[in-house]
Design a protein around this ligand. Structure first.
Ligand SMILES: N[C@@H](CCC(=O)N[C@@H](CS)C(=O)NCC(=O)O)C(=O)O
Length: 219
C-alpha cells in the first residue's frame, strides 16, 4: 500500500462511542499520527449501531468504524493496521520486517483474545450489567496481567524498545480495568508501562465512567 501524504484529502470520519475502549484505540492512533478526523458519536443506548445506515458501514453492528474517502473499515485492530500502513511515515507503529510485524501481531491477537475474555468482560459485568464479576473472568484477567507483568520486566514497550500498535491495542482496556473492579496494584511493571505510554506525544486519555454501586449478588 502506498503511504499517503498527510493530511488526508478530507478528515477521516470516525464513528465512535465515548466510553468504548475499542474506539479509544483508534482515537489514540489518529491523535498520535496527527491525522485530522471528524468524530461522529453513535448512540449505542439508542441502538443506532443496529440501524440500516450503520450496518451498511459495518455489518457487525459495532463501533469503531472509519471512513477515509472511499475506504470504510470496522474493527479496531483492522483500523489500526490500515492507519499505520497508510499514514505512519516513520514505519515504527507497524514494522515492515517480518519478525517485528509478527511481534506486533501477537499483541493484537491478545487484545482480541485474552484481554477481551478477561479485563474487557469484567468491565462488561461491573459497569454495564451491574453484576458481580464471575471468578473465572477475574482469574482470566489475572492470568493476562501476570503475563504482561513478566513480559514488561525486560522491555519498555510490548513489542520492543519503542511503542507500536501492540501498545495501543492493549492500553485502553488495561487503563480501564478498575471499571471491572480489578486492581493493577500487584503489577508494578504494567503500571510503569501505562505511565510511559501516557507520556507519549498525542496521547488522549480514556473517558472514564462512574461504576454503579455493587448490586446484591445474583444467583
Ligand atoms: N472486534 C471489535 C469489537 C468492537 C466492540 O465490541 N465494540 C462495542 C463497543 S466497545 C460495540 O459496538 N458493541 C455493540 C454490539 O456489539 O452490539 C473491535 O475490535 O473493534
Amino acid at each position: 500500500m502506498v503511504k499517503r501524504p498527510l493530511p488526508p484529502e478530507q478528515p477521516i470520519k470516525f464513528y465512535t462511542y465515548a466510553i468504548s475502549g475499542h474506539a479509544h484505540r483508534v482515537e489514540l492512533l489518529l491523535a498520535m499520527l496527527n491525522v485530522p478526523f471528524e468524530r461522529i458519536e453513535v448512540d449505542l443506548r439508542a441502538r443506532e449501531h443496529k440501524s440500516a445506515g450503520f450496518l451498511a458501514r459495518n455489518p457487525f453492528g459495532q463501533v469503531p468504524v472509519i471512513e477515509d474517502g472511499d475506504v470504510t473499515l470496522g474493527d479496531s485492530n483492522t483500523i489500526l493496521v490500515y492507519l499505520a500502513k497508510r499514514y505512519d511515515t516513520s514505519g515504527r507503529w507497524l514494522p515492515e520486517d517480518p519478525v517485528g510485524a509478527a511481534h506486533v501481531q501477537r499483541w493484537l491477537s491478545v487484545a482480541a483474545g485474552e484481554l477481551y475474555n478477561g479485563p474487557v468482560a469484567a468491565r462488561g459485568y461491573a459497569l454495564f450489567r451491574n453484576k458481580p464479576v464471575p471468578p473465572e473472568i477475574t482469574e482470566a484477567a489475572g492470568r493476562i496481567f501476570t503475563l504482561l507483568e513478566q513480559h514488561l520486566a525486560g522491555q519498555g514497550f510490548l513489542a520492543g524498545a519503542h511503542p507500536t500498535l501492540a501498545d495501543i491495542a492493549i492500553y485502553s482496556y488495561t487503563a480501564l480495568v478498575d471499571e471491572g473492579r480489578i486492581s493493577l496494584e500487584p503489577y508494578p511493571n504494567l503500571r510503569a508501562w501505562l505511565a510511559r505510554f501516557e507520556a507519549l506525544p498525542g496521547f488522549v486519555p480514556v473517558r472514564r465512567s462512574k461504576l454503579p454501586e455493587p448490586s446484591e449478588p445474583v444467583s
